[in-house]
Design a protein around this ligand. Structure first.
Ligand SMILES: [Zn+2]
Length: 296
C-alpha cells in the first residue's frame, strides 16, 4: 500500500489507476468543503481557513491515508502507522505547538456537524463524518462542541482555573483542576484525535435524548474507531480524570500518539504555564495522560 502511495505520488499528474482517482476525488471533496466554509463563514482571525494556501492538485500523505473507503469500513487499525519524525514534529503534534488552520494535517469540521469553528486531524474528521451519517439515519444528531486545542488555548483554560481557585496548596489546587481539565502539553485535545460531543455535562447523557445519544455512541462509536477514554473510574479501575461521557477519542491515531508521547515526553519539557512545577509530583504523564480506559 505504502509503495503504491509513493509510486502514485510520483506519477500523480500523469495517471495512477483507480485507487489514485478515488484518493484524488476524496481530496477534492475536502477542498470543496473547506472552500464552502470559507465562503459561508465571516473571516474572523484564527478561525479562517486558508484553503488557497495549499496548491490545488496537491495530495499529501494524510489525505491519501484517509482517502480509502476501507479506512472507515474497518474502523480502527486501518490507518497506516504515522511517522511523527523529528523533535520539531513531536513538539508540534504532541504538545499542541501549532496553529491548526495553517497545518495541512488538520481540517475544519463542517458547520452542520459542529457548534463553532473547530479543527481536528483529517483522519478524525473523515471517521466522524461517517459516524455522524450513520447516526443521522438512526435519528441521532451528533455535534462536535470541542476538538483540537493548541497549547495557548489550553494554557488560557488552565490559567483561568488556576488563578480563580481558592486552594492555597499548589499540588491540591492542580489536582482539583485536573478532575476535568488538562495541564497544557498534556491534553489529548492537542492531538486533533479527540472530540467533545453534544454536551459537557454527564447528567445530560443520563436521561431522555442525551441518554439515547450516549447509548448510540457506546454501541456504534467503536465501529468508527471512537472510544470513550474517560470512563467511570469506579467501574473500570482507571486513574486520572473523572468520567466524561462527552469525550470521544479516535483511537487509530490517538493510540499511536499516546505511545509516542510516553516515549518522548519528559517532565523537563512540561513548562511555560502557571503551576507547571507540580506536574512531576503529580506524575501527570502516567496518571492523567496515561489514565485512560482500555480502548485498544
Ligand atoms: Zn474533551
Amino acid at each position: 500500500m505504502k509503495q503504491t502511495i509513493y509510486t502514485c505520488l510520483v506519477a500523480f499528474l500523469i495517471s495512477c489507476g483507480s485507487e489514485n482517482k478515488e484518493l484524488s476525488e476524496n481530496n477534492n471533496a475536502i477542498e470543496e468543503e473547506m472552500t464552502i466554509e470559507n465562503v459561508m463563514e465571516p473571516a474572523n482571525g484564527d478561525e479562517i481557513i486558508l484553503s488557497s494556501e495549499r496548491p490545488s492538485g496537491t495530495i499529501n500523505e494524510d489525505v491519501q491515508m484517509e482517502g480509502s473507503d476501507a479506512t472507515v469500513q474497518s474502523g480502527k487499525g486501518a490507518i497506516n502507522p504515522i511517522n511523527l519524525g523529528n523533535v520539531e514534529d513531536i513538539d508540534k503534534y504532541l504538545i499542541g505547538n501549532l496553529e491548526f488552520h495553517k497545518d495541512d494535517k488538520f481540517a475544519k469540521i463542517p458547520s452542520n456537524l459542529s457548534s463553532k469553528s473547530i479543527y481536528v486531524r483529517k483522519e478524525t474528521l473523515n471517521a466522524f463524518q461517517e459516524m455522524a451519517k450513520h447516526a443521522e439515519k438512526d435519528g441521532i444528531k451528533l455535534t462536535v462542541i470541542s476538538g483540537a486545542r493548541n497549547f495557548n488555548h489550553q494554557k488560557s483554560i488552565w490559567e483561568r482555573k488556576w488563578n480563580s481557585s481558592n486552594i492555597k496548596d499548589p499540588v491540591a489546587r492542580a489536582k482539583d483542576i485536573l478532575r476535568y481539565s488538562s495541564m497544557p502539553m498534556t491534553s489529548r485535545h492537542h492531538w486533533g484525535t479527540d472530540i467533545d460531543i453534544n454536551s459537557l455535562q454527564n447528567s445530560y447523557f443520563e436521561s431522555g435524548k442525551g441518554l439515547k445519544e450516549y447509548q448510540w455512541l457506546v454501541e456504534n462509536g467503536p465501529k468508527y474507531g471512537f472510544c470513550q477514554v474517560y470512563t467511570d473510574k469506579k467501574e473500570k479501575n482507571r486513574k486520572g480524570y473523572e468520567m466524561e461521557k462527552w469525550h470521544w477519542s479516535y483511537m487509530p491515531l490517538a493510540s499511536q500518539l499516546l505511545s509516542q508521547y510516553k516515549k518522548d515526553l519528559s517532565y523537563d519539557q512540561i513548562a511555560g504555564f502557571e503551576g507547571s512545577e507540580v506536574a512531576k509530583e503529580l506524575d501527570v504523564i502516567n496518571v492523567y495522560v496515561g489514565g485512560i480506559a482500555d480502548c485498544k
